[in-house]
Write a protein that binds this ligand. Structure first.
Ligand SMILES: [Zn+2]
Length: 89
């Protein structure tokens, strides 16, 4: 196994996570979206998380507004950390 790809680190995933909900709500400008898309293309854990987050946001939108509950956000962040850790083992 190669050491961590410099293009893809835990930090990138976690930083990206902070912006995923904005990304989903289309609150980011085009360059920021491209950044996120480029990372997600190369990062399986983030693909899974984006998918999960999208589904959850859709679900929440049907309930009320577009806020992702904070507890869910925390949980998803844990999930990302876990996925990334497994991948690098
Ligand atoms: Zn990632």
């Amino acid at each position: 196994m190669k050491p961590t790809d410099p293009h893809h680190s835990h930090e990138n995933c976690l930083a990206l996570f902070e912006r995923l909900s904005e990304y989903i709500d289309r609150e980011l400008d085009a360059p920021a979206c491209k950044d996120i898309e480029a990372h997600i293309k190369a990062c399986k854990p983030c693909q899974v998380c984006l998918d999960t987050l999208k589904k959850t946001v859709d679900f929440c939108k049907n309930l009320e507004r577009h806020q992702v509950p904070e507890t869910f956000s925390m949980k998803l962040k844990d999930t990302i950390s876990e996925l990334v850790r497994k991948k690098s083992d």
